[in-house]
Design a protein around this ligand. Structure first.
Ligand SMILES: Nc1ncnc2c1ncn2[C@@H]1O[C@H](COP(=O)(O)OP(=O)(O)OP(=O)(O)O)[C@@H](O)[C@H]1O
Length: 346
């Protein structure tokens, strides 16, 4: 991957929300490059700031309740400098979003075919007939059986898996270069999840679209993503290639996440539990290592004052100075082959 292949470049992005008349960062001076035709997973527990990141790229935050600074370069322009009119030309056309819950994302009063056509109506000059023809083609692409019939159905007439395919159809209708998928499989049962993952992978391969996959599920990451960016308390703490990361996670938070997952090889073993929860924005201690309060038995002297993200091997970035010393306590020692098993066929 070279700099020429960068599609989206997020630079020093800070997104703060208003709480009790003060603004607190949910994303704190973060940087991330997304390359063409790659899937980058953003991973972390609930409240880490994953959705805030996706919504900043889409320009979806409530303006009075949010402050944003930094740069979001997309195809050479800074989206943060765009007016709403300019953003509307990008949203749904160049960048689109797949939401977690299809029932909320879809309009219950409009047949699904018309919902797929909405973006085309706004962003293209296609005639009514051509739009309908294209909507049916897209339904076919997302593997909806009997697309002509489903075109005229309402969301409540479809199953959960079908509805999520419709949400994906809407997202790909204008052939965007970037899709932000926010927990696209969380609301679905396991077998349907696997099919949606396969569909997204196939679409990425065929349309050469880049995907930012927001998830808390490392199983989904191993199935889909090329790179992973682990977020903790509003900062990226580790960024790297998924395969290398799964074999050798470095940041204590990444290790804790990985070792807290069940695998068929550690059945009956005690899983690692990450103590505590992600602090709320107005209670977060922003000096020093943000994850330290949730780590057991680490030596204070090896903690850097406020760690920065450093490239420790090519393409592998870590925000920690004590990762070489950190070990998961009382955990089943997962050997490398087992770690692969964690993510296969579960
Ligand atoms: N509009 C808002 N106003 C105030 N605080 C907010 C707002 N939106 C999010 N937050 C806070 O910002 C932090 C990050 O939230 P965000 O939704 O980005 O987390 P997340 O990692 O996506 O979590 P989840 O997986 O539960 O969606 C949380 O502490 C959340 O409570």
């Amino acid at each position: 991957m070279s700099n020429d292949d960068i599609l989206l470049q997020v630079e020093d992005l800070t997104t703060s929300f208003r709480i009790d008349e003060q603004f607190y960062p949910a994303n704190d001076h973060i940087n991330l490059d997304v390359y063409e035709n790659e899937i980058v997973a953003i991973v972390g527990e609930s409240g880490c700031g994953k959705s805030a990141f996706g919504h900043s790229i889409m320009g979806m935050h409530h303006q009075e309740q949010t402050k944003i600074s930094g740069k979001i370069h997309f195809k050479g322009a800074d989206l943060l400098s765009y007016s709403n009119t300019q953003l509307n030309k990008v949203r749904g056309k160049e960048i689109s979003m797949i939401f977690q819950d299809p029932l909320t994302a879809l309009n219950p009063l409009m047949i699904v075919g018309k919902q797929i056509e909405e973006g085309m109506k706004y962003h293209t000059k296609l005639s009514k007939n051509k739009r309908k023809q294209k909507a049916i083609e897209i339904l076919n692409e997302v593997k909806i059986p009997q697309p002509e019939r489903v075109y005229s159905q309402y969301p409540h007439e479809l199953s959960g898996g079908m509805r999520q395919r419709i949400v994906i159809a809407i997202a790909i209708a204008c052939e965007p270069s970037l899709i932000i998928a926010d927990e696209p499989t969380t609301a679905l049962d396991v077998t349907i999840q696997a099919r949606i993952i396969d569909l997204l992978k196939e679409l990425k391969r065929r349309m050469k679209t880049s995907i930012i996959l927001i998830t808390h599920d490392l199983g989904v990451v191993s199935e889909m993503a090329d790179r992973i960016a682990v977020m903790y308390a509003g900062e990226f703490v580790e960024i790297g290639e998924v395969k290398r990361f799964l074999k050798n996670p470095l940041h204590p938070y990444s290790k804790s996440l990985l070792y807290s997952l069940p695998s068929k090889n550690n059945q009956g073993e005690k899983l690692h539990v990450i103590k505590g929860v992600v602090p709320s924005l107005n209670h977060l201690q922003r000096q020093g290592c943000r994850f330290k309060p949730r780590m057991n038995g680490t030596d204070d002297s090896i903690h850097e004052e406020t760690p920065t993200l450093r490239e420790v091997e090519k393409g592998h970035w870590v925000r920690c100075t004590c990762y070489k010393h950190f070990q998961i306590e009382n955990s089943h020692q997962v050997v490398e082959e087992e770690k692969d098993d964690v993510f296969q066929g579960q």
